[in-house]
Design a protein around this ligand. Structure first.
Ligand code: UD1
Length: 361
């Protein structure tokens, strides 16, 4: 069996790293296509070297652009790659434009496409990520779900086990177990904040960065939090650009640094008192590290984290952000932390089992 994997953005490198290991362990050939959606050393190159991901078989070098331009270029490049590599199946991850392009190119060539992180829903169609995952799930052969909630969401849409839905667990949990707990030297500007109690923040969703009112609300919320705890914000390039074009600076207690690598992020999570984020992945990584999380959105795909009391939705409203942070920092005992929400750390192996079973069918 030959698998063609399509990745392009930071979180996908982490997920593909653990599945690449599981494929290799089973002797399955994998051709990795990097769309080039993320291209900086800090957003892409370091992830490959740090996580030991094999060099891409092909890099499409697509880069930035409007959704139509970016996705269109990817579609053309992935189609060519599938024709050249002749894989048995195509594997895509998550909800980015690279996911959508990989899925559409494969299905139109009649190659089965399998979706890792299927079934996640925010029910907010204004998010490009929601469109990407709904369309990808609609055309995918195997829907490889990380949680029971994702399986239930697909069932509500009429997709059941008979149509390829499988609950395999979350590969991001596998990744934390595989790569966590290492000694990592942090850059000096990061260490100077993370050397004492601090709040770790990421913010890059278009719905937040590209709306000046929401961006200003989040920065004001962070200013309020920084009265209790210094705030460390490793900033996605999109966020820096948005702050510059809105003409806003980070408040005094909010330390903006360059994006950190995956191992640096895990190390920071091991020390942070609180996480505030609009990222999907970081909400779970905070939970794995037993750090409470304030989510800078109106909804989350990871609803189970809110249900168990480790995640609070605060949107972009300064008072809600400050109150949610305060509630987690007031010294009350933390709620129990169930250890079965995201599988048992063997999601990658289960994904490979499912790919092999589907290829035999
Ligand atoms: C994408 C995903 C999002 C994911 C995120 C992870 C889509 C629609 N969104 O958002 O789901 O959570 O990746 O980071 O696919 N840029 C650089 N260097 C890079 C990459 C990007 O400077 O290496 C800048 C460019 O100015 C670009 C902007 O960041 O225009 C946004 O990048 P883009 O790939 O459009 O989406 P993300 O915001 O990263």
């Amino acid at each position: 069996m030959k698998i063609l994997t399509v990745v392009g953005a930071r979180p996908q490198f982490v997920k593909a790293a653990v599945v690449a290991r599981a494929l290799a362990a089973r002797g399955i050939e994998e051709a990795l296509v990097h769309t080039g959606q993320h291209y900086d050393e800090g957003m892409s190159g370091r992830f490959f070297s740090e996580l030991g991901i094999p060099a891409p078989w092909r890099n499409l070098g697509v880069g930035s652009g409007s959704h139509g331009v970016q996705t269109g270029r990817m579609l053309e490049g992935v189609e060519r790659a599938i024709l050249d590599a002749r894989p048995d199946r195509v594997l895509v991850y998550g909800d980015t434009n690279s996911t959508l392009a990989g899925a559409l190119a494969a299905v139109k060539l009649g190659v089965p496409v399998d979706h890792v992180e299927a079934g996640l829903r925010s029910y907010n169609r204004a998010m490009p990520e929601e469109i990407n995952r709904v369309v990808t799930d609609a055309v995918a052969d195997l829907l490889l779900c990380p949680t029971k909630a994702a399986v239930a969401a697909l069932a509500r849409e009429g997709r059941l086990e008979a149509s390829g839905v499988r609950c395999v667990g979350d590969v991001m949990y596998d990744a934390v177990l595989a790569f966590g707990g290492r000694d990592v030297a942090l850059p000096a500007d990061v260490e100077s904040v993370a050397g004492r109690p601090f709040a770790l923040v990421t913010c890059h969703r278009a719905e937040n960065t590209d709306d000046p009112v929401r961006l200003a609300g989040i920065l004001e919320g962070l200013r309020l939090v920084s009265r209790d705890l210094p705030v460390l914000l490793p900033a996605h390039p999109r966020t820096r650009v948005a702050m510059a074009s809105a003409g806003v600076d980070a408040p005094a207690g909010v330390h903006v640094v360059d994006p950190v690598s995956y191992l640096e992020m895990l190390s920071l999570l091991g020390r942070a008192s609180l996480v505030l984020t609009d990222s999907g992945g970081l909400q779970k990584e905070a939970f794995f590290a037993a750090v409470p999380c304030v989510t800078l959105r109106e909804e989350t795909e990871w609803t189970e984290l809110v249900d168990v009391g480790w995640n609070a939705l605060a949107g972009a409203d300064p008072a809600r952000i400050a109150a949610a942070a305060q509630a987690f920092l007031d010294g009350r005992p933390r709620p129990p932390r169930p250890d079965d929400l995201y599988g048992d750390g063997h999601a990658a192996r289960r994904i490979v089992d499912e790919l092999e079973a589907a290829a035999r069918a």
